[in-house]
Design a protein around this ligand. Structure first.
Ligand code: ADP
Ligand code: MG
Length: 350
């Protein structure tokens, strides 16, 4: 079932077209990640959904209720939408308990009990309730901000780069904790991030924005495997891009003949492979690999290592390899392509 519908939303700030004809839907109970480079319109989109801004054009519908239709809008506090921003924006002069309880009526009989259950939910110690925000770490402050947003029992939770100020390890823990909390509470969420790994692991649906336009939306797997264009491909992860002669379900490129996911289309084009689709094998006389390459460089990286290969007459190829059986620099290896190469929809680039 669809909870949120964004229909043809546009927003301009002076000369800047921040959003340009955005359409997308968010299913009830799901998690959507909105990704895109800085300035692509991510925050503007969240602010329009939350009601802090009115669109120039287009509609926002939540659970059958029209929240915005052009400039006619329902105000933020009547939308039942929670928001957690990049810096948490806690009230510095209030205790953690009063921050969490901000949206709960002062006189409510169960106020304390609800605050306690909210702090439990975000996995913080109840001993912290008496502290002020400055006595908490960045990660703890973000958890309090999430608890405060949860207190209003929102229909939809908006998270605008809530982990971006945290260290890598903590970030990952927080992301998992937040996903868990939202899942338990059954709350639909939209996470804005410029971190592709975060988006791919957090979301059921990823929406890619660029220059105010929605480039592509779909499951993390479908976007990673079948990005619409090379910018989206490289934004979502490492990509190997190869010029190729396209056939019907196959193509000829520097790696020999490879299977493709493209519809029948002749002519010159470009293929994309993810580095983990290339498998190296020691090159005896009896190699079955379609192609061989010389190992130009090996960079040890722990679990995943990076191997640079020189191909005959082609650009160097950088691939990921397990740390087991790393090839020697200078040796020749067989290269096998796993799965299908992706052909971009748009056709050959001129
Ligand atoms: P993102 O969150 O993806 O980094 P934003 O939505 O914040 O991008 O901004 C999109 C574009 O709109 C940018 O070019 C930004 O400078 C511009 N913009 C955003 N808010 C305003 C504003 N209040 N006034 C003028 N320009 C703005
Ligand atoms: Mg932003």
């Amino acid at each position: 079932m669809t909870l949120l519908t964004i229909k043809d939303i546009s927003k301009r700030y002076g000369p800047v077209q921040a959003l340009d004809g955005i359409d997308f839907e968010v299913a009830s109970g799901s998690r959507t990640a909105v990704v895109g480079p800085s300035g692509s319109g991510k925050t503007t989109l969240l602010r329009l959904i939350a009601g802090f801004e009115a669109p120039d054009r287009g509609r926002v519908v939540l659970d059958g209720e029209t929240l915005a239709d052009g400039s006619s809008i329902v105000p933020p506090h009547r939308r039942g939408i929670g928001i957690v921003s990049q810096d948490g924006a806690l009230f510095p002069h209030l205790s953690v308990a009063d921050n969490i309880g901000f949206g709960i009526e002062r006189g409510a009989a169960d106020r304390e009990r609800r605050i306690a259950s909210l702090i439990d939910m975000v996995e913080l110690d109840r001993g912290m309730l008496a502290r002020r925000p400055h006595q908490l770490s960045g990660g703890q402050q973000q958890r309090v901000a999430l608890a405060r947003a949860l207190a209003r029992k929102p229909r939809l939770m908006l998270l605008d780069e809530p982990f971006s100020a945290l260290d890598t390890g903590l970030r990952e823990n927080m992301r998992k904790a937040v996903a868990r909390v939202l899942q338990t509470a059954g709350i639909t969420a939209i996470l804005v991030t410029h971190d592709q790994a975060e988006a791919l692991s957090f979301a059921d649906q990823v929406a890619v924005l660029r220059d105010g336009r929605l480039i592509q939306a779909g499951t993390p797997q479908s976007l990673y495997r079948c990005p619409r264009d090379r910018e989206t491909a490289t934004f979502l992860g490492d990509a190997i891009l190869l010029a190729a002669d396209l056939g019907d379900g196959f193509a000829d490129c520097a790696l020999g003949r490879v299977a493709t996911d493209g519809a029948a289309r002749g002519g010159r084009g470009e293929l994309m492979l993810r580095p983990e689709q290339l498998q190296l094998s020691a090159c005896g006389a009896e190699t079955s690999a379609a192609c061989t390459g010389r190992v130009a460089d090996v960079e040890f990286g722990g679990a995943v290592c990076t191997v640079t290969l020189a191909l005959e007459g082609g650009a160097p190829l950088v691939i990921k390899s397990s740390s087991l059986d790393l090839p020697e620099v200078g040796s020749t290896v067989g290269i096998t392509v796993l799965g299908k190469a992706h052909v971009f929809e748009g056709g050959p680039k001129s």
